[in-house]
Design a protein around this ligand. Sequence first.
Ligand SMILES: Cc1ncc(COP(=O)(O)O)c(C=O)c1O
Length: 483
Amino acid sequence: MGNLFEELKSYQAKDIYPFHMPGHKRNEAAVDFLPALAADITEIEGFDDLRHATGILRESQEAAARLYGADETFYSVNGSTGALLAAIGACVRPGGALLMARNCHQSVYHGVCLRQLKNFYLYPKIVAPYGFGGAIFPKQAEAALAAHGEIQAVLITSPTYDGVTSPIRKIARIVHRHGAVLIVDEAHGAHFPFHPYFPESALEQGADVVVQSLHKTLPSLTQTALLHVKGERADRERLRRFLAMFQTSSPSYLLMGSMDACIRRLQKDGERLFEAYAHRLKGLRRRLSDLQYIKLVGENLAGQEIAADYDRSKLVLAPPPGMMSGQGLSRLLREKYRIQMEMATKGYALAMTSVADTNEGFDRLCRALEDVEKEWRKAGRRPGKASAYLQEDLIYGEPVIPLSRAAEMEKTKVPFFESAGRLAGDFVYLYPPGIPLAAPGERITPAFLEAVQGFWAAGLSVQGIFPGPERSVAVLKCAPEEC
Ligand SMILES: Cc1ncc(COP(=O)(O)O)c(C=O)c1O
């Protein structure tokens, strides 16, 4: 292994096709980009100031607002992470509560801890047999809001990392009826408004604050995100204030220039680019659907009691049970076919596509998977039954002590396998996608230990467990009944 600088310098030449973020896919033909040194300036005359934008940056953010149909749009150079922290800070006042989906990204949990908020959870169903989270449904939101009058904001991740969307329009009506603000983490949905092949965006469906990572699904540099506001429910001055708190005071012009270029390209040419992308993507999905062993998951989730809609830019590829794991497929694609997937679990490998993908990239993926299947056929292998898919349920901890209080309590380390019954002292999560399996204050159950063991056996990366001969985990020092 060389050093980071050298590795990065030589990586492009290795010709490994990126089915992962960022959405510019390092495709110079599809992206307007700036030379790094020349564009790396500071707030010199003529270049405005992100925290008090009145000139060229204000105009750029206004262009983004017009493109997305927001009343106001703010740039974040600290990704959706910074924007979500700001949204939570602005929309929930001290003493108030946040109602959040349990499959929210870790930044939402961090927001609760930082602001010492009360929080309640909405649990998504798990999409069996693949093990990823489904949608949040209106009746869940209604019940929680009716039960807890102190909820000031509701935060839902839609789409999820795997492409599942929730019925935002119906949820928005309920949230508003209860006098709360609806924040949608649409980090993976910045491309939604540009073609009807993709789900309807949260902003169109009545969300008050919507956070999107430009870098995840559009041609823009890593760390670039948008925070949109619509209507008067969210206080814009507070949003501005909290965005300044959660971002550097030296926002990179390279990043802001990249956002500006992305917005302008979409404004000018978005319709044509997305028409072509949707057309190519449909062709790719058709070809992948013809595979006999590997299942392209997703299309049939929409409209069922599991998803409101499904983002077809995501390719969830499930190899046959008993023949190969998702990680095995991902490894094979990288080593033999020079294709890098976004992530893989036991049950599936996930490829992310974008408007910057090339025909050559799509074709390489199809040919690789067709070749893998040809080898399996030659070897006389038979796919197992669907019921044999491993049920990789996400076993969340059981909340006992409020998250923000537990995060500040004294902790100790105990051997992982002796931790059942104790209350988690820190976050334990699979990365990616960074959704906590256990959060501080949640009871560690035997089922949770078993699930984590399963993740290890599958070679997945579980963060928050200390390595060593006897793996250990942080728990609250107090005995659960005395905390
Ligand atoms: C659903 C979701 N929300 C928010 C984030 C944070 O986004 P960013 O990396 O732009 O800070 C992620 C990152 O993976 C995510 O998957």
